[in-house]
Design a binder for this molecule. Structure first.
Ligand code: SER
Length: 625
């Protein structure tokens, strides 16, 4: 089955179980300062998992664009991509285990046609310390499910030490069968949600002798062994708990969060053992081959890094809240992806400048019918890709030369000094992670602390590595962030009054202390304009405007003039927040909430900074005093 068909059939399968198909959310989190990107399907749905009503109901199905920067270095191991599509079905306090587990099994075996004999599952072993039971309920369900295909499914503990034996169902503990955005229960910050999960694995075949040739050859092979024999193709998370100061408390409702990587399901369905060999990458790899005159088989790693990174960069730039390559936050990750791809291009001797945009064209063509934003933002993707590549091409060759003949003091210590690494960064645009990788290839290390000190000295940026960013727990829903969220709506409406209707939101980021708001506008704002905006917002606050939430079809919301970075192929129900009084609508935005109910409680609005964020995008920082 082609990937397109699998995606479509998955959505339809759950639609037939009374789920509503919803569009993928943006890759850039909304009002959530805890992470740079959406890295799982549950992230945009957190308010609803916590109990807020979703306008489309309690059963949803989607294919969520996801990006995991932590996997940049993993690309090339046959199963990891930085950008991937997460097929997801959701019970928001509706169905639970006895529906979920048979449904997914049916989808895999009947719809996709996988061999049930190659399917293995895991369940949560329980943890008395946190008061969560062993998941025997799922085990009983799995036994019944396997029975329908004449498999006598035995369950075992301790697979890490004792291997598979003749088992089908395996118990694992906190590290493997508990899911939250921050992993096992002990690592979860207060306010974070999660729960036990049940994972489904596919056996790529013992005859591949992966295990015997792997570093784990002296240990027993089992589903969670990293030798590559088994691949996880889906995970049903039973999101039921919230971490508190004292431990875990049950949530208001029991949820199902199922996620399965489209790339991996496609891989096993197409009988492959590498995600890059599926139709999801075929056109991109063919183009790289054409550009380089080389074969994928002979240069797998370089081909895979280029294909993965440029596809991811296209999706990040082609998002409606598109990211521009830069030195900070999301922009830095996009820069890193493009530059790392260009460096691998050099390894393949691809030397016609501007080649990355040829790949971008392919990505847009391959995906535009599913993710229409790629078409809307095609010109932006192509021009930014080209600019970023050209900038780096100018210095790459020289920088590589400097790297290889440099005076790095590796003779004795095998360490590249912070000053040298900084020069590569400053003069040649080498992302530090790339220099680190080049160093490792030569058996060298980098004085990372020294580099960071140099960087600080030059005070050129305040880059945030997304890997380390998630620590704060939930995009906190404290009263102060809710107030600032409503203030963001007031700010947008005021900007549109003062600067014009061309102003649209390009992203926002809210913490309890401040609001950061990006919008398109080509010129620096004048003092006078800033004062006008502040005055308008403060006036609406002073006049106690009610904030009202309405639910309606997306088409209706648009017809009524509600704004929002929101496009959908589906006839979705949405929430629209109206800030209006005496028949005067001040702000009307499609938005998931939450918001305060009256502007009167917001306090005094003050803009603390107005600056450029990237080409054509301005950034305002503001507070409530
Ligand atoms: N949240 C789970 C995951 O990301 C399942 O969707 O794996």
């Amino acid at each position: 089955m082609k990937s397109k068909e699998i995606r479509q059939k998955y959505l339809e399968f759950f639609q037939n179980q009374n789920h509503v198909i919803v569009d993928s959310a943006s890759l850039i989190p909304e009002n959530d300062s805890s992470s740079l990107f959406i890295s799982s399907g549950m992230q945009p749905l957190i308010p609803y998992l916590l109990g807020e009503t979703h306008p489309a109901g309690t059963r949803l199905v989607d294919s969520q664009k996801s990006f995991r920067s932590g996997d940049i270095e993993e690309v090339g191991d046959n199963r990891h991509n930085t950008f991937f599509e997460m097929l997801g079905n959701w019970s928001l306090g509706d169905y639970f285990k006895k529906e979920q587990l048979p449904w997914f099994f049916e989808f895999l075996t009947k719809t996709v046609g996988l061999d049930p004999n190659r399917i293995y599952v895991t369940v949560y072993a329980g943890n008395e310390k946190i008061g969560v039971e062993r998941d025997t309920e799922s085990v009983d369900l799995w036994k019944q499910i396997f029975k329908t295909v004449n498999i006598d499914a035995k369950d075992y503990d301790n697979a890490e030490a004792e291997g598979m034996r003749d088992g089908r169902i395996f118990y694992f503990g906190d590290k493997k069968n508990w899911w939250s955005r921050s992993g096992e229960p002990a690592n979860m910050p207060v306010g974070e949600i999660g729960g036990p999960d049940s994972e489904v694995f596919y056996d790529l075949g013992a005859d591949l002798r992966r295990h015997e040739n792997s570093q784990w050859k002296d240990e027993p092979c089992h589903v969670n062994c990293d030798c590559g024999r088994f691949i996880e193709i889906g995970n049903s998370v039973f999101i039921q708990f919230i971490k508190t100061k004292d431990g875990f408390e049950p949530l208001k409702q029991k949820n199902v969060d199922f996620g399965g990587g489209l790339e991996r399901i496609t891989m096993v369905s197409q009988g492959k053992d590498n995600v890059f060999e599926t139709d999801l990458f075929a056109n991109i790899l063919a183009k790289i081959s054409e550009l380089s005159g080389k074969h994928y088989r002979d240069n797998m790693r370089a081909f895979e890094v280029i294909a993965d990174h440029l596809k991811a960069a296209c999706f990040l730039m082609g998002d409606d809240k598109g990211v521009t390559p830069s030195n900070v936050d999301q922009g830095y990750i996009v820069r890193r992806l493009i530059r790392r791809a260009v460096r691998y291009g050099l390894d393949l001797n691809i030397n016609n400048i501007g080649w990355t945009k040829d790949i971008a064209e392919i990505v847009v063509n391959d995906y535009a019918d599913i993710y229409s934003e790629l078409n809307r933002n095609k010109n932006f993707i192509i021009s930014e890709m080209r600019k970023e590549e050209e900038k780096f091409q100018k210095t790459l060759a020289k920088g590589m030369k400097e790297f290889s003949i440099s005076d790095f003091r590796f003779a004795n210590e095998k360490i590249i000094s912070g000053v040298d690494a900084f020069r590569l960064y400053q003069s040649y645009g080498f992302p530090i992670e790339m220099t680190e990788e080049l160093a490792i290839e030569k058996g060298l290390k980098i004085d990372r602390q020294g580099f960071d000190e140099e960087l600080k000295k030059h005070q050129s940026l305040s880059r945030t590595a997304s890997a380390g960013k998630f620590k704060g727990g939930l995009a906190d829903s404290s009263e102060q962030t809710t107030k600032l969220h409503t203030t963001a709506h007031l700010l947008l409406a005021a900007l549109r009054q003062v600067l014009g209707e061309h102003v649209s939101q390009k992203g926002s980021n809210i913490t309890a202390e401040r609001l950061r708001f990006d919008f398109c506008h080509s010129a620096k704002m004048t003092e006078d304009e800033l004062t006008q905006v502040e005055n308008i917002v403060n006036e609406i606050i002073a006049q106690n405007y009610p904030v009202v939430c309405e639910e309606m079809a997306l088409t209706e919301a648009k017809a009524k003039g509600a704004t929002g970075i929101f496009e959908s192929k589906y006839e979705e129900q949405v929430k629209a927040y109206k800030i209006a009084k005496d028949n005067k609508i001040f702000s009307y935005e499609i938005c998931g909430g939450p918001h305060v109910t009256n502007t009167g409680i917001l306090g005094k609005f003050k803009i603390t900074k107005e600056e450029s964020s990237s080409a054509g995008i301005r950034r305002i920082k503001a507070v409530l005093e």
